[in-house]
Design a protein around this ligand. Structure first.
Ligand code: PMV
Length: 325
């Protein structure tokens, strides 16, 4: 069987201001999605998603959840003139909660694309995988920026700038262990609503919000310069996360639950803590000090239950053959 794994992501700096053309930094995390492809020889291929508790037999109508995968299968069948409608089973398992802002749909798209490409005996061309996964993301999210599928494909840390001519992406590998704590606020979130709220504020207070976006962009740029020159000073990165969070709060995407988690984290030694992604719910991202990672993890876990200790993942898509399940 073929095992294909792709990571989730966190936005470390620059959410929201990225919509207005300023840079954002996103990192692959060690939480991942796995697509396992087996040759069954059956008349009808099957896709099973364990996180979504959903199964799709390819001779039936795909549910909305399965439509992005349907798109991948259509595109790859057309491109390589192959029949994927029979003979295979793809099972999706994931450590990433769907709809949480950690790039779960993109990691599924990349993992499934990688598995099928290997099954077809083709070389794993990452640019091609990324392109296909982006098409699946469009089915899932309308007009996504493409940051999630890019991270899930290549891994590491990316700088992402949205341009009319298409996104400009730079990648850097992070060699030092870069720990990340994620705390689930337990509150539902909608990227669409958060982005629309910020847009309203922007329209009403254009000059003021523009200054905020520009400052967030400068923060992202300055962290990028540090990291890409091989320096990682966690104290500085933490301070800048805190400043970035203050600015996100200023544009209205925080709330009392998020602030409570952030205050507890900082009180217990976090170097930095902020919203990651759209805000109003979802996750809080925390940079723990190197000597207190497990203490801080435990304090947060006792209080919030859904706490994940992860780190920046160097690799993106990884595909291999396995004889064991
Ligand atoms: O929470 P997510 O992963 O959907 O990220 C949203 C990031 C925003 O900057 C708020 C929106 C966007 O399209 O970049």
């Amino acid at each position: 069987m073929i095992v294909s794994e792709a990571p989730g992501k966190v936005i470390l700096f620059g959410e929201h201001s990225v919509v207005y053309g300023y840079p954002a930094l996103a990192a692959a995390i060690s939480l991942k999605t796995r697509a396992v492809l087996t040759e069954t020889g059956s008349r009808v291929s099957v896709v099973k998603s364990i996180p979504l508790s959903s199964t799709w037999q390819l001779d039936e109508e795909a549910s909305n959840d399965m439509k992005p995968i349907k798109r991948i299968i259509e595109l790859l069948s057309e491109e390589f003139d192959k029949n994927l409608k029979s003979g295979i089973e793809i099972t999706i398992e994931s450590e990433i909660k769907p709809g949480s802002g950690l790039g779960s749909s993109a990691s599924v798209a990349v993992a499934v694309t990688g598995a099928i490409i290997r099954y077809l005996g083709l070389d794993l061309d990452l640019d091609f995988v990324n392109k296909i996964a982006y098409e699946a993301e469009k089915i899932a999210h309308g007009t996504p920026s493409g940051i999630d599928n890019t991270i899930a494909t290549y891994g590491g840390l990316l700088k992402f700038i949205k341009k009319e001519s298409g996104p400009v992406v730079e990648k850097v590998s992070v060699d030092k262990n870069f720990p990340i704590l994620l705390v689930d606020t337990g509150l539902g979130r909608s990227t669409r609503v958060a982005v629309a709220n910020v847009r309203k504020l922007f329209e009403r207070y254009r000059e003021i919000t523009e200054h905020i976006f520009r400052t967030i962009g400068e923060i992202a740029e300055s962290v990028w310069r540090e990291i890409s020159s091989g320096r990682i000073d966690f104290k500085t990165i933490g301070d800048l996360m805190n400043i970035n969070h203050g600015l996100l709060n200023a544009i209205g995407v925080s709330n009392s639950k998020i602030e409570e988690i952030i205050n507890i984290a900082r009180k217990n030694g976090a170097l930095g803590a902020k919203i990651t992604g759209a805000g109003l719910g979802g996750y809080v991202v925390i940079l723990p000090p190197e000597d207190k990672i497990s203490t801080l993890y435990k304090i947060l876990k006792d209080k919030y239950k859904k706490v994940y200790l992860t780190s920046i993942a160097k690799t993106g898509l990884r595909v291999y053959e396995s004889t064991t399940s």
